[in-house]
Design a protein around this ligand. Sequence first.
Ligand code: KDG
Length: 348
Amino acid sequence: MLRKNLFITLLLLAVMVILAACGGGSSEDNKTASGSAESNGDVRTLRISLGLNDQHPLYKGSEKFKELVESQTDSLKVEIYHSGQIADDRSAIEMLQFGTLDITIPSSAPFVSFVPEYGVFDLPFTLTDTEMVDAVLQGEFGETLASKVESQGIVQLAWWENGFRQLTNNSKPINKLEDLDGLKIRVMENETHIASWKALGTNPTPMAFTELFTAMQQKTVDGQENPYPSILLEKYPEVQKYLTETNHVYSPFLFLFSKKVWDELTPEEQEIIRNAAVEAGEYNRELTRQTATESLEELKKQMEFTKISDEELVKFKEAVQPVIDEYKSQIDSEIVDQYLSEIEKHSK
Ligand code: KDG
């Protein structure tokens, strides 16, 4: 009798577990017409795809965005997927175009193959400090450039910050241009970056961010270049010995939204999301700059640090000038002229 009751109880339990699993369902089941955001009638869940981990100011900024949106409406929820859980940058951008993802916040470099005008940021040694960055991106030029993306089925809502990029490698300290000779460097999937690092004497390999750490661990590449927060928070000192300050390129983060999903939102929801993206962007930029300073102090304890002298930097700039001239001509000249005149206007 006892055994029979036990069996019935266990059976009932198993049925309840199965029913619960079917009832909860994965987020895939409740897709909207656009196939991306989850919606159970009156609540839509927006998914954000990030390449960096949950320690980075990019993730912290996304949490701020989530807090701002969810505190202003019950019709929207935000889910954040970090470390390329959903996709690498290029695939995430394509998913926005198909409407199977709502938001991604990549660097500008992988976005150039979608909107070539964003190639201005890849011209080395153009933007030189954060005041200039804010004047150029948070002003008319930033608006002009952001208005170019809708033709790609994407809406850019704000400019966030990745930062000024620095070089790391596992082979030797870098003090002069010749020290770069033959180094195998991972670069972003971007023609100008490949050409620039070739012109600097290295052997560049374009690769998705999600593959970078393993490539360094397995010594497929000798080094890479990223801003200080990414170098520290993605734990590169575990696989890289030498850190070199070059500030060779400034990488903005682009807060990108799927146009397919955007067009399904109410004007009130659009306004809440746009304002939250801008406000969380201010928070992200401030936090990224603070983190960059703190990260460098910490990295100097974990890696051998060198800084390219101003005299030596002249040789770096001379080496990449032909690349700037060549790629400038491949970008809409009006945009390049506006970009360079804005930079001129804000040069110290
Ligand atoms: O999603 C984050 C990436 O866009 C960013 O870290 C890319 O700087 C980048 C790189 O080196 O790929």
